[in-house]
Design a protein around this ligand. Structure first.
Ligand code: UDP
Length: 370
């Protein structure tokens, strides 16, 4: 394990900013100011959603520790998080399966809660290398939970996915919809959710929030951090951005014969900054309450592939040539969230538009800020 301890620099942002008056009651009954007190460990904190969440938490006065093995993240993101926030943060380089490293990390940096992002996340790869996914995602989570139990950390926010639903019977999808994942990745997320649910039920974990993400896209408005897929991206938005940059001649639109208004597939795209902010709302609930909540994180509105192409062209002024191809195996016609439970339980709603998502994704892709 490598520990880089970095202290706060070059900022006059105090630990209270944005959190003054936020009071939580701990299980021992004493009340405390979350913004002053809370230190949060982000596993996978250098990744796409982790890095944006780190920025939001730092801006809102939390103390943040990142843990990442950098298997799917660039170390340069650390310096860019610091540039955005003006705060240097401790970073632990470790594999989530390394229980000894996790225990040491918790002893070096005692934390109030964990946000657990670290996982393998490519659907296609999970079907080719299922054991790798079982090992990193499931074994990794078991080790994390064991290390948390050893040091007495009992609050967790968990990064789950709409992939747990599989083929939806009805859209919008509520959290009560049956969970029948159709690939190994989605299955591992469902198993991890079940493990956390059991630990809350049996009292080993005091409080948890399970967040089922729909389709995260976009980037921080600074253009300094964003999604950084290795190799040719499988997901629509990063591929579309690369077409706009002429790294590929055209976008392949997988199917125009779905039972949707324009025939292309419909998804619930959500701006990564909305998603990052949702983690702070979930964290606040987890620090202040016991029990478990499981919520969808989406906008509640679906856009088709062709609508996204049109929105991207309008927002960026860039042409995106495309060609209609056969359906991609395993894809469903439409998948969008009923986002009302998150509004009710977390008091959170997505606010950014499809134009914001396209503009910010493009700014990051074209590295305007560098
Ligand atoms: N898609 C597409 N071309 C691509 C990638 C994706 O037409 O190069 C479509 C895909 O069929 C789906 C939507 O875009 O309807 C979102 O796909 P993505 O892989 O981004 O997310 P998914 O919802 O499948 O996890």
């Amino acid at each position: 394990m490598t520990v880089f301890w970095r202290s706060r620099v070059g900022t006059d942002r105090g630990a209270n900013d944005g959190m003054v008056g936020e009071v939580a009651r701990s299980h021992t009954g004493e009340s405390r100011n979350l913004g002053q007190m809370a230190r949060i460990l982000l596993t996978g904190g250098a990744g796409f959603i982790g890095s944006h969440t780190a920025v939001v938490l730092l801006e809102r006065g939390y103390n943040v520790v990142l843990l990442d093995d950098f298997s799917n993240a660039d170390r340069g993101v650390l310096e860019r998080i610091q540039r955005i926030s003006g705060i240097e943060i401790p970073v632990i380089e470790a594999d989530i399966r390394d229980e000894l490293a996790l225990t040491r990390a918790f002893s070096t940096f005692p934390v109030d809660a964990v946000i657990h992002f670290a996982a393998k996340k490519a659907v296609g790869e999970s079907e080719v290398e299922p054991l790798l996914y079982l090992d990193v995602n499931i074994v990794g989570t078991v080790r994390l939970l064991a290390a948390m139990q050893r040091v007495g950390v009992s609050r967790i926010v968990f990064s789950s996915s709409a992939a747990v639903y599989g083929e939806p019977e009805i859209c919008p999808i509520t959290e009560a919809a049956p969970a029948h994942p159709t690939n190994v990745y989605g299955r591992t997320k469902l198993v991890m959710e079940g493990m956390i649910t059991d630990l809350v039920r049996t009292g080993a974990i005091q409080s948890a929030a399970v967040l089922r993400y729909f389709n995260p896209v976009g980037a921080h408005p600074s253009g300094l951090i964003g999604e950084d897929p290795r190799g040719v991206p499988a997901n629509l938005m990063p591929y579309l951005c690369q077409v706009a940059r002429r790294r590929h001649p055209f976008l392949r639109v997988f199917g125009d014969d779905y039972p949707t208004p324009d025939g292309s597939g419909i998804r619930d795209y959500i701006h990564v900054m909305d998603l990052a902010e949702a983690h702070e709302f979930a964290l606040r609930r987890t620090l202040g309450h016991g029990g478990i909540v499981t919520v969808n994180l989406g906008t509640g509105t679906g856009y088709s592939v062709l609508q996204l192409v049109a929105a991207f062209e309008a927002a960026t002024g860039k042409k995106v040539p495309y060609s209609i191809m056969p359906r991609r195996p395993g894809d469903v016609a439409e998948c969008y969230a009923d986002a009302s439970l998150a509004a009710e339980l977390l008091q959170w709603r997505a606010t950014r538009t499809i134009e914001d998502m396209c503009r910010d994704a493009w700014r990051w892709e074209s590295r305007a800020a560098f």
